[in-house]
Design a protein around this ligand. Sequence first.
Ligand code: F0G
Length: 458
Amino acid sequence: MKHKTIIEPFRIKSVEPIEMSTEEQRIDFLAQAHNNLFLIESKKVIIDLLTDSGTSAMSAEQWAGIMRGDESYAGARSWERMRDAVRDLTGCQYIIPTHQGRAGESILYTQLGGKGKVFISNTHFDTTRANIEYGGATAIDCLTKEGQQPALEHPFKGNIDIAKLEAAIIEHGAENIGAVILTVTNNSGGGQPVSMQNAKDVRTICDKYDVLYLLDCCRIAENSYFIAQREGAYKNVEYRKIAQEMFDLVDGSIMSAKKDALVNMGGFIALKSKEIADSCTNTLIIKEGFVTYGGLSGRDMEALAIGLVEVFDKDYLHYRITSTTYLGDKLHQMGVPVMRPIGGHAVYIDAKAFYPHIPVNQYPGQALACDLYIKGGIRGCEIGSVMFGRYDKNGELVSAPMELVRLAIPRRVYTQSHIDYVIETFEEIIKGKEHSQGIKITYEPEFLRHFTAHFERI
Ligand code: F0G
């Protein structure tokens, strides 16, 4: 018999209570947090879909590994296990441990970047862009036009536009390109996958112009699942093998292990070039820690080594992607405009289409994120003009290409009943949706403003 219900392929051995709250209480909580969901305490959240990063539930094996963690400063066994797990997956010889993704970005992009340098990506994630720009370099996104249309059905909306990529290399000069960074899956572009063909085409271009090619691989397992489902030739290929084939194409990778390595903290840079790895080592030691732990405890490295294997389990990946799709498809059927098809780690709601009466300079995404919190205690994240907007010379908002709200699903954390509760909350929001009001910013810092900005309802 083929069942319709997607069951979580695990039993729950340890639980964490959720504090319930009322709508009246949440109106207060949100006001105290200046309408910024990053400023709300987690105990005031019922379903936390702010991020899938560092929020995974670890397995019994990983917890067992935690006890095995070797906390030696130099040459710990746990480091050897992490290094070998990363080498085995990526095929890279030179592995640099970092405490999370952005620490690796800061180290690597400081080496490769600086004034006059240009980085090209399908879409730079916010910390990636910030690290590149902070060092004085420029970050250019070259997403395909399919990837920029939320409602369009297309199997690989994370693909980089090869023609635009080549044109950007020619325009800026190959010698000025810091690297081409392929982000899989494309988080800021809707969690959409990148095809193997696209990854190969990027290799061809990088070879033609002798440009460094990197993978931001924090959701590589999810991307591999999509390749197996959607790219004919890979139908019967193991997910891990698909990932390895993609790693073979690139010169190096950078990973926030807080996603597909199923850990709460961790990251690494994996490189084929000794020269680049050596140039990163000094900064690593100054900023993160010694070469055999970076910013990590031995136990973190142990859990990472195990998670990097577990994430490719076929039952896990099937559950992971189909359960995300379950939420997205239900919302879609209810008429909520969601980014199609549903991505791997999150459902992205097109807030501009959901709230057509709220202009982009009144941040419809932030308005929806606040409404979700008030109605259901659900914490999502605006990925639109709050996160990526800029101002022109006259102080007018240059809006982001899309106004999305991301509901990111932590790995192995919530069950189907939690997700049904989210769906029910949307049923309520839809009823009064034309009364939702826009948002204005009352305070903002210079970089990464979404984390600490203050907002008010208009
Ligand atoms: N690259 C991508 C594609 C990411 O999604 C993230 C983090 C990073 C790099 C940075 O890694 O957080 O470990 O420093 N994304 C999280 C998110 C924060 O919520 O999507 P980090």
